[in-house]
Design a binder for this molecule. Structure first.
Ligand SMILES: *[C@@H]1O[C@H](CO)[C@@H](O)[C@H](O)[C@H]1NC(C)=O
Ligand SMILES: *[C@@H]1O[C@H](CO)[C@@H](O)[C@H](O)[C@H]1NC(C)=O
Ligand SMILES: *[C@@H]1O[C@H](CO)[C@@H](O)[C@H](O)[C@H]1NC(C)=O
Ligand SMILES: *[C@@H]1O[C@H](CO)[C@@H](O)[C@H](O)[C@H]1NC(C)=O
Ligand SMILES: *[C@@H]1O[C@H](CO)[C@@H](O)[C@H](O)[C@H]1NC(C)=O
Ligand SMILES: *[C@@H]1O[C@H](CO)[C@@H](O)[C@H](O)[C@H]1NC(C)=O
Length: 307
């Protein structure tokens, strides 16, 4: 895909991103009703949710048919959800996504507990192209934004390290401990995940590239999240994951809070799945989806250096 094609795709993608769950439809590359592509999709829909939810990594991919009618699909659940939630989320995704991206061969949908992607074209190995999408709060910190931003960077970085190097699921959750970030936002919570087929170093590079290309845009903001197929991260001033945090980082004493006005914490996007109608619009006034630029994952040697 050329950059021009990606830019064109971005323009077409925008109207799809109406709110949770976030769906992104590809270019004008459609299949027909009752086509072999449709039957490949039905075949995958019947087995992929079970395969992913019963795999130790909560991840499954499938390739069906031959080019040019080939379908490539991938389902991934968040590392902290159980098999049932994973199965239900991916089953829901297979119901919702063809409606959101009707007859589009290339489609991706992000829920809190899972993501589903299918395409007629598997991403070429080592292809470094891709668009990512950011979600952010409009709520900003009032006290000590410099300390806050530094803490977000450190937490997100530590969470990415853990996901890449210490988790076979390539998943980690994190939180700040010992002292408070500020009076407004006593704690920060984070998450990082790569597709579990990635090697540790590749996962770390993917996250490092994603973080370095998006974190600046989240300056002073209480919620930041990036959606992408290969890797993802998220932080929030309110808890949103299941179980204890895998990574804990202490708040440095240099970011001791200045007394602040009454909290104006934006409601977090709840970690729920289910009927889109029930959850549509959650956090909509605080969140927005932006198509961000072309993601470049470097070949080597930038771990942590871009912060
Ligand atoms: C698809 O197949 C169904 C069942 O065979 C049929 O009822 C329907 O008319 C077909 N649709 C198209 C667009 O061919
Ligand atoms: C699910 O797993 C079965 C058994 O390993 C395999 O035959 C099938 O192709 C898989 N389907 C998908 C969509 O991954
Ligand atoms: C993204 O993931 C796909 C499928 O695993 C892989 O082929 C591709 O190389 C990855 N791209 C990047 C930039 O890591
Ligand atoms: C991010 O992590 C890398 C590797 O662990 C480290 O060298 C770097 O200093 C960290 N950056 C921040 C902002 O914490
Ligand atoms: C954050 O949200 C605001 C308001 O919705 C929006 O104008 C801004 O562009 C967003 N920033 C990013 C990085 O998404
Ligand atoms: C963050 O807050 C500081 C202090 O209020 C301000 O100087 C800076 O411009 C803000 N950054 C952004 C991106 O709004």
């Amino acid at each position: 895909m050329t950059l021009a094609a990606i830019v064109a795709a971005v323009v077409l993608l925008l109207p799809c991103a109406t709110g949770y769950p976030w769906a992104f439809c590809g270019e004008n590359n459609n299949f027909k009703a009752n086509s072999s592509y449709q039957s490949h999709l039905s075949l995958v829909a019947a087995t992929l949710p079970k395969n992913a939810s019963t795999s130790p990594d909560l991840f499954a991919t499938a390739v069906v048919g031959t080019i040019p009618r080939q379908l490539w699909a991938m389902g991934l659940c968040r590392g902290d959800v159980d098999g049932t939630a994973c199965f239900n989320c991916l089953t829901q995704a297979f119901r919702d996504l063809p409606n959101h991206c009707s007859y589009n061969k290339d489609a991706t949908m992000y829920y809190d507990p899972c993501m589903l992607h299918y395409s007629n074209n598997q991403l070429i190995p080592d292809d470094d192209s891709g668009d990512f999408y950011t979600i952010n709060s409009t709520a900003a910190v009032n006290s000590d934004p410099v300390g806050f931003n530094r803490l977000v960077a450190a937490l997100v970085n530590a969470t990415a390290d853990y996901a890449a190097h210490k988790s076979t699921r390539r998943f980690a959750t994190g939180e700040t401990t010992a002292g408070s970030v500020s009076e407004e936002f006593p704690k920060l919570y984070s998450l990082a995940q790569c597709t579990p087929d990635m090697k540790a170093a590749r996962c770390r590079e993917c996250l490092a590239a994603l973080i370095s290309q998006s974190l600046d845009a989240f300056q002073n903001l209480t919620l930041g999240r990036v959606l992408w197929i290969n890797c993802t991260y998220r932080y929030e001033a309110a808890p949103f994951f299941n179980g204890p945090a895998m990574v804990q980082i202490a708040v440095p004493s240099s970011s001791v809070p200045v007394p602040a006005p009454a909290p104006t914490l934006a409601p977090a996007i709840q970690p729920s799945y289910g009927t889109p109608a029930a959850v549509a619009g959650v956090g909509e006034s605080q969140s927005t989806v932006h198509i961000s630029s072309y993601l470049k994952v470097p070949d080597s040697g930038m771990l942590g250096s871009k912060f």
